[in-house]
Design a protein around this ligand. Structure first.
Ligand SMILES: Nc1ncnc2c1ncn2[C@@H]1O[C@H](COP(=O)(O)OP(=O)(O)OP(=O)(O)O)[C@@H](O)[C@H]1O
Length: 642
């Protein structure tokens, strides 16, 4: 699929089609690849407060960490004080024995204090680093879980237009960038800030005019920081978006590795991926250059200010307005503050990158599903049969809003009856099944289950009562037993799994596997054959025991025996339920209570198989052309009939 096939997130208001056919043209045709282009939910710049809000449950740990932080910062800036004191003792002691004795004692005392300060400071640093890191690990884990739950609840149309790789990238990469920033950054920033503030306090106390001289660079740096931050945030946002594009290509190539191999297209995929990685690389390089320039600038400014302090301080000391110890302490303070400021500049870069990444994450978190939330009606009792009715249903896919797929479909699935849908490819048969399953809501018209609009029915209830078995069933990368009991999760007895598996003609092949029902099926069920996958999916539907079944008969050429086994299982599955089957086989249409011919988004003909044959319309023509492709076993049935 080309880049432009996947388009941006859809704004809910674009799907507000209610009355009148022309309203559908309200919807802009989205076009672009990034989630932010066109109709997308606009990404907002995220305040740090928003990230902090996520950390609310960690408030206690963070308070403790902050106390530890202040202790460690205080210990950092206390050291120059003691160092200055030692130098003053050394330079000022009298040259008598008592003088030396007293000086040594004073030095020992100062050293003892230094050791205590270092010990307390290191312990506090350890506690601070651990607590901040633990808190941010928890925050990011929560962010990932929140994001996943939010995404999995989005409407199907969202997934039609969003690349899986993009979402995976946001879940893993972007949250990782936020985590890195939150872990090292938060604690280091606070430490450097605290050290700088306390350090400046000490500097002021020592000499206010030296401090003023040292701080002369601050306004210039602040100005630089503002524009740098903004630029870096934008750049980081673009880099992450480009990385996501590369990730989606990798995801697509790996997912379709068999097709890639069969076309010997590895080189093409490699270059497609490399091209996107190179875009990311260029942006990354630009980021590195900007960060380098900024760090260099801050470091040069800080060094210059220290040099100025040294020159002016030396002058004050020579003129006797300052002791050597005070000057040493002051220089050490300015070095500590300078180092903290320099590290702040690095941390600021990481924070800005994280701001770019969190903007992407929060953009997704803020997205509201364009489908109205399900109601809480439960129209079907335990053994009650289901009636499904489509009344004047108009529909276009949100990703292709101008292309009307259904144009006023009226169809009734009577309780316990079997309705077969036939018709030319692309006529809208699968779309009808998708709407009955409420993957999408109609633009106009209603679909009801036992006279209740699907929109008003409780989400779980609806999907317990209506099951879908598609042509290409999707299995999960877990055991066969887990796949069969997927819809029911807990408390499924093994006997039940085996019972439905027998009914679905799956038990025989499953028990031949060395690990039986514990056999792992691989990603999307790749370790099973097509027919086996279908039978597992039928067993899954049998276990769900839904009242309404939506079936898409397989057109994929299974061998005769496999086809017989699948068909036999399907027949058992259909028994006693309301069934909508997208039919490809003659035996299915013959046994259906009603056959509806869907062509060009409308019900073109409706009636029993024989009635429709008699009327000699589209259906009869279709049958003559054979309902399914030539070469499959039931083609003979159709020929016999013709
Ligand atoms: N997710 C989608 N997004 C946009 N358009 C879609 C989507 N799925 C299907 N369509 C379009 O809707 C139209 C009807 O497709 P549908 O799958 O319902 O046809 P069908 O009758 O089931 O065809 P077939 O017999 O080939 O399976 C087609 O033009 C198709 O391109």
């Amino acid at each position: 699929m080309g880049d432009n096939e996947k388009t941006p997130l859809l704004k809910p208001e674009n799907r507000g089609i209610q009355n009148g056919k022309d309203v559908r043209f309200n919807t802009k045709l989205p076009g672009g690849t990034d989630l932010e282009v066109g109709d997308a939910v606009q990404a907002q710049n995220v305040g740090f407060g928003r990230i902090l809000k996520l950390a609310r449950p960690e408030a206690f740990i963070l308070c403790l960490a902050t106390v530890a932080l202040f202790v460690s910062s205080l210990s950092n800036v206390l050291l120059p004080t003691f160092a200055g004191r030692v130098i003053d003792i050394v330079t000022a002691h009298s040259d008598t024995d008592e003088g030396r004795e007293a000086a040594l004692k004073a030095v020992n005392h100062a050293i003892l204090l230094i050791v205590v300060v270092v010990l307390v400071g290191s312990t506090a640093t350890m506690v601070r680093a651990y607590l901040f890191s633990a808190a941010s690990e928890r925050v990011v884990a929560r962010l990932k879980k929140d994001l996943f739950s939010h995404l999995i609840a989005q409407e199907i149309a969202f997934f039609d237009v969003t690349r899986t790789g993009e979402l995976l990238n946001r879940l893993s990469e972007d949250t990782q960038v936020i985590k890195n920033a939150a872990t090292t950054n938060l604690s280091e920033t606070l430490r450097s800030l605290a050290t700088s503030i306390i350090g400046v306090g000490f500097m002021l106390q020592t000499s206010w005019h030296l401090t003023a001289l040292a701080l002369i660079i601050v306004p210039a740096i602040s100005l630089g920081i503002r524009s740098f931050g903004k630029y870096l945030r934008e750049l980081s946002h673009k880099t992450q978006a480009a990385a996501a594009v590369a990730a989606s290509i990798a995801e697509e190539s790996f997912g379709a590795v068999r097709t890639v191999r069969s076309f010997a297209n590895e080189e093409y995929e490699r270059s497609r991926y490399a091209e996107k990685v190179n875009v990311t690389l260029q942006l990354g390089l630009r980021q590195s250059m900007v960060v380098g320039l900024f760090s260099g600038g801050v470091s040069a400014a800080a060094t210059l200010s220290i040099v100025a302090v040294v020159v002016y301080g030396a002058r004050l000391t020579i003129l006797g307005q300052m002791t050597t110890g005070t000057l040493t302490a002051f220089i050490l303070y300015s070095l500590t503050v300078g180092l903290s400021l320099a590290s702040l500049s690095g941390l600021y870069s990481t924070a800005m990158k994280a701001a770019g990444a969190s903007r992407r994450v929060f953009q997704l978190l803020d997205r509201v599903s364009s489908m109205s939330k399900a109601g809480d009606a439960k129209p079907l009792g335990k053994d009650e049969e289901g009636e499904v009715k489509l009344e004047n249903v108009w529909f276009s896919y949100p990703s292709r809003p101008k292309d009307l797929v259904l144009k006023g479909v009226n169809l009734t699935l009577k309780p316990g009856a079997k309705v077969a849908l036939v018709g030319p490819s692309g006529g809208g048969k699968t779309t009808i099944a998708n709407l009955v399953e409420r993957f999408y809501d109609p633009d106009q018209g209603v679909i009801t289950l036992n006279r209740i609009n699907l929109k008003e029915i409780d989400h779980r209830h609806l999907h317990e009562k209506i099951s879908i078995v598609s042509q290409e069933p999707t299995l999960f990368n877990c055991s066969i037993a887990e796949n069969i009991s997927y819809g029911l999760k807990d408390n499924v007895k093994h006997e039940d799994i085996e019972r439905v598996s027998r009914m679905a003609n799956a038990h025989e092949f499953v028990s031949k596997f060395p690990e039986g029902y514990e056999t792992q099926v691989g990603e999307r069920g790749v370790r099973l054959s097509g027919g086996q996958k279908q039978r597992i999916a039928i067993a899954r539907a049998l276990l769900m025991d839904s009242r309404v079944l939506l079936l898409d008969e397989a057109t994929s050429a299974l061998d005769a025996e496999s086809e017989f086994l699948v068909q036999d299982a399907m027949d058992r599955l259909m028994k006693g339920r309301t069934v909508l089957v997208i039919a490809h086989r003659l035996s299915t249409v013959q046994s259906a209570d009603t056959v509806a011919v869907i062509a060009d988004g409308k019900v073109a003909e409706q009636g029993s198989h024989f009635e429709l044959l008699k009327s000699n319309g589209l259906y009869a023509a279709l049958v003559r052309r054979q309902l399914q492709g030539p070469g499959t076993s039931s083609a003979t049935d159709l020929n016999e009939l013709a």
